[in-house]
Design a protein. Structure first.
Length: 293
């Protein structure tokens, strides 16, 4: 018998209330976004209240200005994340069902799209207020790890974005019909808990590294170092986890069982890996640039 871990009995909804015939639910996924944004905001505010972390002991903006930036970041995350998912992963489905693009409560958010949305929002914000763009990006990247960590935990609770089948002892038997569809396996199918891998690498490890760099190594004094480390670190972590993460169904076919978005002779890259490569490249560029300056 293959050793595996049972899926914890946690409902996706924390609670549901009914008012005037309508039901409203608070889901773990929504709570993860809310708490993650609040924790990231407090982390960034604390950084702006610590002048020694910044070049010439001068933070790039005031705590009050951080609150203004928060609205732009939230807007970028939601719009960019949703549109990124629509364009990168489910284009054909949403072209046939455009009204469902707005139904974000049903799930479907792309981190790469959200990152692009935050970048666009950040550029608009810094130009409007005449604030250094790259240093603002450093500050935003510093506050992203809590949301990534909690968001991946919420993915696990929702039993979504699971990994490929595995016989490792920490494989998890996810309860959904799609997760248990493993034609090559007789009996219960255990899969890599890839959501937890990402929570560990993208949230705890990368987030801890950025905090250590900012508070102990003076990284915020070097424009682009925090942002570059985040981009390269996230891209590398996501690239590695993609090897054990189940690809989106629209990329899987009889001739492409691994769900590679680009491949030649059975070897190639998943969509997540393809989107991570530019992040790694830009991150390395910013790191090198920060050291030269």
């Amino acid at each position: 018998m293959i050793a595996m871990l049972p899926f914890p009995d946690i409902a996706p909804e924390i609670f549901t209330i009914s008012l005037f015939g309508l039901s409203f639910s608070l889901r773990w996924y929504a709570l993860a976004y809310i708490v993650g944004i609040l924790l990231g905001w407090r982390l960034v505010v604390q950084a702006t209240r610590t002048p020694r972390l910044w070049k010439n002991d001068t933070p790039v903006m005031t705590p009050a200005r951080v609150e203004d930036l928060l609205f732009w970041v939230i807007l970028g995350v939601i719009l960019g994340g949703r549109l990124g998912y629509v364009l990168f992963y489910q284009t054909a489905f949403y072209l046939e069902n455009p009204a469902r693009i707005l139904q974000i409560w049903e799930g479907g958010m792309s981190f790469h799209g959200g990152a692009l949305g935050v970048i666009i929002a950040g550029i608009a914000f810094t130009r409007r207020h005449k604030i250094p763009m790259i240093s603002t990006g450093d500050m935003v990247c510093l506050g992203l790890a809590p949301g990534l960590f909690l968001g991946r935990l919420a993915n696990f609770i929702n039993a979504e974005l699971w990994g490929r089948p595995t016989d490792l002892p920490w494989g998890v038997a996810f309860p959904t019909e799609a997760a248990q569809f493993c034609p090559e396996i007789a009996g219960i199918c255990a899969r890599h808990p890839s959501q937890l891998y990402e929570a560990l690498l993208e949230g705890l490890v990368l987030g801890g590294l950025l905090v250590w760099m900012a508070w102990q190594r003076g990284a915020l004094k070097h424009e682009g170092l925090i942002g570059g480390t985040f981009l390269a670190g996230y891209g590398l972590a996501r690239f590695v986890v993609e090897f054990v993460r189940q690809p989106d169904a629209q990329f899987v076919s009889d001739g492409n069982p691994l769900g590679l978005a680009w491949h030649i002779g059975g070897y190639g890259l998943t969509m997540g890996q393809m989107l991570s490569l530019p992040m790694i490249a830009v991150g390395l560029f910013l790191i090198i640039r920060s050291r030269r300056h």
